[in-house]
Design a protein around this ligand. Structure first.
Ligand code: GLN
Length: 196
């Protein structure tokens, strides 16, 4: 069903392998994206978790910022954790120049350090149904503000953790570390297939 979709994962740094693995489990043959030409012909892109300061530097070093912003403005894009930070309008760290794709402002590492990482099951509103998701928060950011047009699909302790606007989906947590393919499937069905 998803085998005809061309989906890339930004593979400069961080947790890209797990996303590649989850996409393959859903019969997508994913592409590792490192150069701007790697974005050609893609229907969707995942920007994985990792370290947003490093990701920010590598995006410039690999000279992919312009093409990445252009792609993310129109095509399906899902940012997880550091990926969410990169897609945000604003972050509380002047070292990072975000891509400004989704109208959210975020605070980095807002749940504490690596040792404060945690696993949880949260409920997300996916197509009008409340669905459980297995998630991990790893030095996750918190979304402090968001625009009126943003959909909040899930919250954790009062803070939005899964949000979307048009072609863009962002999550402050990781699902790709778990066997649960729900959110990857949701991205393919509701974003990649729609904004092709
Ligand atoms: N703390 C990282 C950052 O601010 C994000 C962590 C993650 O992607 N799991 O870049």
């Amino acid at each position: 069903m998803f085998s005809r979709l061309n989906v890339g994962v930004l593979a400069l740094q961080g947790d890209f392998e797990r996303h590649l693995f989850r996409l393959s489990a859903l019969k997508v043959s994913p592409r590792e994206v490192r150069q701007k030409d790697d974005l050609s012909g893609l229907d969707g892109l995942i920007i994985p978790g990792g370290e947003s300061t490093t990701l920010n530097l590598l995006i410039d070093r690999f000279d992919i910022r312009g093409k990445l912003a252009e792609f993310s403005a129109h095509k399906a894009v899902w940012g997880t954790c550091a990926g969410l930070i990169m897609l945000a309008r604003q972050v509380n760290d002047p070292q990072i120049q975000t891509l400004g794709i989704i109208d959210i402002s975020v605070v980095r590492n807002a749940y504490g350090r690596q040792v404060h990482s945690f696993y949880s099951i949260i409920e997300a509103n996916l197509n009008g149904k409340m669905v459980p998701l297995e998630v991990s928060f790893i030095r996750a950011p918190i979304v402090k503000n968001y625009g009126n047009n943003i959909k909040v699909l899930a919250q954790y302790r009062g803070s939005p953790t899964l949000l979307s606007h048009q072609n863009c989906l962002v999550s402050s947590f990781h699902t790709e570390l778990h066997d649960d393919l729900t959110l990857t499937k949701y991205f393919l069905e509701n974003f990649v297939s729609v904004f092709k």
